[in-house]
Design a protein around this ligand. Sequence first.
Ligand SMILES: Nc1ncnc2c1ncn2[C@@H]1O[C@H](COP(=O)(O)OP(=O)(O)O)[C@@H](O)[C@H]1O
Ligand SMILES: [Mg+2]
Length: 257
Amino acid sequence: MMKIAISGKGGVGKTLLSAFLARAFAVDGYDVIAIDADPDANLGASLGFPDAGKIVPISHLKELIRERTGARPSAGGAYFKLNPRVDDLPDEYSTRHDGIRLLVMGEVKRGGGGCYCPENVLLGSLMSHLLLGRDEIVILDMAAGIEHLSRGTAKAVDRLIIVVEPGQASLETAHRVKQLAGDIGIKELAVVGNKVRSADEEAYIRKGTKGLDMLGVIPYDAGLVDAQMRGLPIIQSPAIKSSVDAIYAKLTAPRNT
Ligand SMILES: Nc1ncnc2c1ncn2[C@@H]1O[C@H](COP(=O)(O)OP(=O)(O)O)[C@@H](O)[C@H]1O
Ligand SMILES: [Mg+2]
C-alpha cells in the first residue's frame, strides 16, 4: 500500500495534486486516507467534503491530547507519555466522503531546538501509526516544510513528491525540501510540474529539477478560478484529471530495477 507525501512551496498545487491522486486511487478501488498536514488546511474542500471547514484538526483537540498523553497541552516540562495510544484515532476522527477518508492533522508546534510538547508527541505517534500500522493508501498533503515526518516515519514514505510551478521561488523551495528529506532519510523523491502553460515552461521546470525523477506535468487550467468562485470542488477539471491520471499510472507502475 503506497504511502505518498506531497510537499512544495505554498500555492504550487500540493492540495490539488493530493486531491486528484486520492481520487485516482479511490476510483481504482483502493482504501485511501487523505491526510491534511498543512496548517492552512483545505484538502477537504478540494475533495468536495461537505462541511470541510468545520473539521477540527487533531492538534486542536486539547481534551484528547490531555487524555492520551496525560499532560495538559503546553505544560512545558511536565511529565507526559511519549507513546500515547493512537490506533483508534484514524477511524474515530476522520470523515468519509466518496470512498476517501480524510484526517486533518493541524500544525506541528515549533520551539527552539525542537519541541517535545504533548501536541507534537500525539501527532508524531499518529503519523507513525498512519504510515506504519495501517493497510491503506496514504496521501499526505504537507506544507513546504516536512516537520510532520521524522527519521522514524521517513522510511515508510514510498515517494515524496515535490510540486513545482514555473518560477524561481518554487524551484528553490524544491531544493530545500530535497535537503530536508535527505536529512531524515527519505530517498524516493519525485517532481511534478504544475500550472504549466507552454512547452517553454515545461522545459524550464525540467531543467530546474534535473536529477530528480520527473513524474509529469499538469497544465494550467483557467477554469479552476471559475469553479472556485462558484464554490465547486476543484476535482472537476478534465484537463487536470487526465494529466494526474498519467502521473498516477507512472506512480503505480512496477518499477524497473
Ligand atoms: N493547474 C492549475 N491550474 C489553475 N489553477 C491551479 C492549478 N493548480 C492549482 N491551482 C490553483 O492555485 C491555488 C493553489 O493551489 P493549491 O493546490 O491550494 O496549492 P498548495 O496546496 O500548494 O498551497 C488554488 O487556488 C488552486 O485552485
Ligand atoms: Mg495546500
